[in-house]
Design a protein. Structure first.
Ligand SMILES: [Zn+2]
Length: 221
């Protein structure tokens, strides 16, 4: 049973990664007709929503695009900051969507932000306790470790509305601002859907891991 769970997890991870990478690659090669860069698209989306206090910076890396709510900064990878691809505009507007969430005090984003540190600690503690639980065949240690792991899963769950909502805001702006053609919008949406799928996959894999931990614990009762 356990190896089936491991194989399913690997298949989900591989499938989603391949889909994400190929979709991203495809729309990185399609330039948008208005010649907008990711940074410009994000800036216009913010200004259309009367937000002028967000920094947009370029990362010295090929990935890791994110919105940092502590400093109110959108950071985009080089290709997306300067690039005029459909993927660049889509991803940059998604990050601008997070900035809009921050500006409107969107509750799931606040909760997610507040839980980041605790989740990192929970994750480390969880693995440590479960490992000790296995070594010492301790049901109690494993149980505590599993509860810390549940906290990590809960964090991944709260990430979903935050991500879906940021993409929804991006898509709404694309439609209302007319920066992309209908065909380009379709491509940008595909990139955002693929990115959202990676968060769903991460949650699914964690749930399978949780089931596996419960099975391991059950076999040591
Ligand atoms: Zn996001």
């Amino acid at each position: 049973m356990q190896w089936i769970l491991i194989i399913i997890s690997l298949l989900i991870a591989a499938g989603v990664t391949i889909y994400m990478k190929s979709t991203e690659k495809k729309y990185k090669e399609v330039k948008n007709q208005s010649g907008l860069t990711g940074a410009e698209a994000a800036r216009r989306m913010l200004e259309a929503n009367n937000i002028y206090n967000v920094q947009i910076e370029m990362l010295n890396a090929d990935d890791g695009d994110h919105f940092d709510s502590a400093t109110n900064t959108i950071r985009l990878s080089k290709d997306y900051f300067n690039g005029t691809s459909v993927a660049a505009v889509g991803v940059a507007m998604h990050e601008a969507g997070h900035a809009l969430q921050h500006a409107s005090n969107y509750a799931p984003l606040r909760i997610r932000h507040a839980a980041v540190q605790t989740t990192n600690v929970s994750s480390t503690l969880s693995y440590f306790l479960i490992l000790l639980g296995i070594i010492f065949s301790s049901y109690a240690l494993m149980t505590v470790g599993i509860w810390f792991f549940v906290a990590v899963v809960a964090f991944q769950l709260i990430t979903l509305p935050v991500e879906f909502n940021a993409s929804r805001r991006a898509v709404m702006s694309m439609q209302s601002m007319g920066m992309l053609t209908a065909e380009e919008q379709k491509g940008a949406r595909k990139v955002l859907t693929a990115a959202a799928l990676t968060y769903v996959a991460a949650l699914l894999i964690s749930v399978l891991q949780l089931i596996r931990l419960l099975l391991i614990r059950g076999s040591r009762e």
